[in-house]
Ligand binder design. Structure first.
Ligand code: ADP
Length: 432
C-alpha cells in the first residue's frame, strides 16, 4: 500500500511540475493577442507619464530626466534606447513607427518590458527586472505548501481505504488458510463497504458450502465404517468354512476391505483437521522428546530395513508451545514417507531460527521430488506417477494432513532438495 501511495505522490508531483512548466506558456501562446491587449492597457498609463516627462523638456535635458526617472522608479528600470539598440521585431517597429506603444511578455503572460517612441531617434523602455531571490523563494514556497496541503488531504482520504483494503487482504488470506468464519467487519459506510459486503457474503457462502461438503464427507465416512467392519468380521469368520483352495482369495479380500477402512480413517482425520483452529491444544513440550517418541514407533521397521537414521539437534533447544498430537501426526507422516522413498539414509534436524521459530527437517537420500511437483504433492489424493504402484502404500492424503496439522498451528510445511540427494521436508513452527 505504501508503494501505491508513494507512486501516486510521485506522479502528482511530476504532473504538477510539468503542468507548471507547460500550461502557462501554452495558454499565453493560444490567447496571445488578448494578453498583448491587456498588457498594453496595463502599461499605457505609466508609459504616457514617462513619455510626458521627456517631452516637457528640451532634448539636451533628456539624460538628466532619464537619471531622475530611473532613480524614482527603481528597482523598475527606465531607460532611453536608440531604435537600433532595442532589437525590435518587424511588428514592434511597425507599431512604434505609427506612434503606438509596445509590450514584451514575460512569465505567466505579464509584460516584462514596455517601449514607447520619444522621437525618430529615441525610444524609452520601462523594464520589470526578475523578482529578487527571497521573493522568488517565498512564491515557490507558497506553491510547495499548496501541493503539500493537497497531498496531505489525499493522505487523509486514502488512509481509511488503505486500512479497509488491508483488512480485506488479511481476511482473504485467513479464509485461504481455512479459517472459514473470518469476515471483514468493514462498515457499510466505508467507501469500499459495498465490496466488503459482497466479499463477506461470498465468505459466508463458501463457509456453508465447505461445511456441507465436510459434513457429507464425515457422514459418508462414518456410515461406511460400520458395513466395512461387518464385512471384515464376516470374511474372517468365513475363513474356517471355505475350502483351503479359496482361503488365499479370502485373505486378499480381507486385505482390500482393511485398505478401504484405512482410507476411510484417513479421510476422517483429514476432514476433522479442517476445524483444527478450534480443536488445537497448546502444551509446552520438548521437541527432541517428541521426535524421539515418533521415531520410537518406527524403530523396528527402520532397523529391520537397515536404514541409517540420525537425529541432529542443536544443544539447548528450549521447550516449545505447540499441539503435540498434531505435530506428532505431521512428523509421523513425513518419517513414514522418508522411510518409503529413501535408499539407506534418513536424517532429522532440529534447530532454532533467529526469530525464535523452530525448524524441523525430515530428509532422505531417495529420489526426491521434482521442482514442478513440490506444491502439488500437498494436495489431497495427489500422488506422483512413479508412486502409483500400491507397493508404496498410502492414498496421497499423508502430506495434505501434515500440512493442515502444521498450518493449523500457524506454522508452515514446505519441501526442498536435501543435501543427502532426496527430499527435505521443512516444518517451521513460530515461537509462542
Ligand atoms: P502417500 O500417502 O501416498 O505417500 P503423501 O501425501 O504422503 O501420500 O505423498 C504424496 C506424494 O509425494 C507421494 O505419492 C510421493 O510420490 C511423494 N513423496 C512424499 N514424500 C516423499 C519423499 N520423501 N521422497 C520422494 N517422494 C515423496
Amino acid at each position: 500500500m505504501l508503494k501505491i501511495l508513494v507512486r501516486l505522490y510521485l506522479l502528482i508531483i511530476v504532473a504538477y511540475a510539468g503542468a507548471l512548466l507547460l500550461i502557462p506558456d501554452a495558454i499565453v501562446g493560444a490567447f496571445h493577442d488578448r494578453f498583448m491587449a491587456y498588457n498594453l492597457d496595463q502599461a499605457k498609463g505609466v508609459q504616457s507619464l514617462i513619455v510626458r516627462q521627456f517631452q516637457q523638456v528640451p532634448r539636451e535635458q533628456w539624460p538628466a530626466v532619464e537619471s531622475e526617472l530611473a532613480e524614482t522608479f527603481a528597482p523598475l528600470q527606465v531607460k532611453r534606447l536608440r531604435w537600433d539598440e532595442a532589437e525590435l521585431s518587424v511588428a514592434e517597429r511597425t507599431r512604434l513607427e505609427q506612434g503606438l506603444k509596445v509590450v514584451r511578455l514575460g512569465e505567466w503572460g505579464y509584460y516584462r518590458t514596455a517601449l514607447a517612441p520619444l522621437d525618430q531617434e529615441w525610444l524609452v523602455s520601462f523594464h520589470n527586472p526578475p523578482d529578487p531571490v527571497d521573493i522568488n523563494v517565498l512564491s515557490w514556497g507558497v506553491t510547495v505548501l499548496i501541493v503539500a496541503a493537497m497531498l496531505g488531504c489525499m493522505l487523509v482520504w486514502v488512509w481509511p481505504h488503505w486500512r479497509d483494503l488491508e483488512r480485506l487482504k488479511e481476511t482473504a488470506r485467513r479464509l485461504g488458510q481455512g479459517q472459514m468464519a473470518e469476515r471483514t467487519h468493514i462498515s457499510a459506510r466505508s467507501n469500499i463497504g459495498e465490496l466488503a459486503g459482497v466479499f463477506d457474503t461470498m465468505a459466508g457462502d463458501l463457509e456453508r458450502h465447505v461445511n456441507a461438503q465436510r459434513e457429507l464427507l464425515n457422514a459418508v465416512s462414518h456410515e461406511l465404517r460400520t458395513p466395512l467392519t461387518r464385512l471384515d468380521f464376516g470374511l474372517v469368520l468365513l475363513f474356517d468354512e471355505v475350502p483351503p483352495a479359496s482361503r488365499k482369495r479370502l485373505l486378499e479380500l480381507v486385505g482390500h476391505v482393511r485398505e478401504l477402512d484405512d482410507l476411510v480413517l484417513e479421510l476422517l482425520s483429514y476432514s476433522r483437521l479442517q476445524n483444527v483452529e478450534q480443536a488445537r491444544e497448546r502444551v509446552e513440550v520438548s521437541l527432541l522428546e517428541l521426535v524421539d517418541s515418533v521415531l520410537g514407533g518406527f524403530a523396528e521397521e527402520l532397523d529391520g530395513r537397515g536404514i541409517q537414521w540420525e537425529v541432529r539437534a542443536e544443544s539447548h533447544l528450549p521447550r516449545f508451545v505447540l499441539d503435540p498430537r498434531l505435530t506428532a501426526r505431521a512428523v509421523q507422516n513425513l518419517v513414514r514417507n522418508a522411510m518409503r522413498y529413501c535408499d539407506v539414509a534418513l536424517l532429522l534436524r532440529l534447530r532454532l531460527e533467529e526469530d525464535g521459530a523452530c525448524l524441523l527437517t525430515v530428509e532422505d537420500d531417495g529420489i526426491g521430488i521434482p521442482l514442478e511437483e513440490r506444491e502439488r504433492i500437498f494436495q489431497p489424493f495427489y500422488r506422483l506417477d512413479r508412486s502409483r504402484d500400491r507397493n508404496t502404500g498410502g492414498f496421497g492424503l499423508g502430506l495434505a494432513i501434515s500440512r493442515r496439522a502444521i498450518e493449523g498451528q500457524g506454522g508452515t510445511l514446505t519441501v526442498a532438495q536435501s543435501t543427502l540427494g532426496g527430499a527435505q521436508f521443512r516444518i517451521r513452527l513460530p515461537a509462542g
